[in-house]
Ligand binder design. Structure first.
Ligand code: B4P
Length: 192
């Protein structure tokens, strides 16, 4: 079973994907995590990625699609892929469809987590404050300025995917405002 978790920054995609890995032996493909790993590589590509992410903008389709291709090529024995934070543009969505076809796979569900901006801001700035309170550092893009850009990028470049997958009949929407366990139960009801 292959699924996409779609939603704005802080909607809980990463949180829910992590729990699906535990309960269903699925593999989480978080482009955010892959890009955070790339930025620590010290390569030219890593430096470009770091600047774009810190600003809150989207990294180029070419880089992100390349990262996903590598993961699909690696294959493995598991319960399917959770695409967490990918696709984020229509070009990425088209590329994912082509990649899955190339590897003889399909897409089973696209789950949209619905959360309003007020709560998203509260969660992300809350995560930043918690990290600092624990003696660590906040994620470089978990600040008010970058968050504004992240939300703009979501509404402009990613939200059109809701109509795209709705038209294909793949879209299911879940209220992402509830407690983490409540959101988990709603997703489990969709996956069966
Ligand atoms: P991501 O790493 O994907 O980060 P995100 O969208 O901000 O987070 P997510 O929705 O997973 O929220 P989380 O569960 O962590 O992207 C970061 C950046 O990478 C992007 O801005 C972009 O630059 C780049 N990027 C990534 N993918 C890309 C792509 N495909 N194309 C181009 N660029 C790309 O939850 C956030 C907080 O909320 C946590 O503290 C969590 O504990 C809390 N929370 C979650 N669910 C909750 C709930 N139900 N109730 C209360 N709190 C909850």
């Amino acid at each position: 079973m292959n699924i996409i978790l779609l939603g704005p920054p802080g909607a809980g995609k990463g949180t829910q994907a992590g729990m699906l890995v535990e309960s269903r032996n699925m593999v989480q493909l978080s482009t955010g995590d892959m890009l955070r790993e790339a930025r620590t590589s010290g390569t030219e590509m890593g430096n470009i990625v770091a600047d774009v992410m810190d600003r809150g903008d989207l990294v180029t389709d070419e880089i992100v699609i390349g990262l996903i291709r590598e993961k699909l090529e690696a294959g493995g024995d598991h319960g399917g892929f959770i695409f967490d934070g990918f696709p984020r543009t229509l070009a990425q969505a088209d590329a994912l469809g082509e990649l899955l076809a190339e590897f003889g796979q399909g897409l089973d569900h696209v789950i949209e987590l619905q959360v309003n901006d007020e709560v998203l801001v509260e969660r992300i700035l809350g995560r930043a404050a918690e990290a600092v309170a624990a003696g660590g550092t906040a994620r470089a893009d978990d600040n008010e300025e970058s968050l504004k850009v992240r939300l703009m990028a979501y509404y402009k470049q990613t939200s059109p995917l809701i109509g795209y997958y709705h038209a294909k009949g793949d879209l299911k929407s879940v209220d992402g405002l509830g407690e983490i366990e409540a959101v988990k139960a709603d997703i489990a009801a969709i996956l069966g």
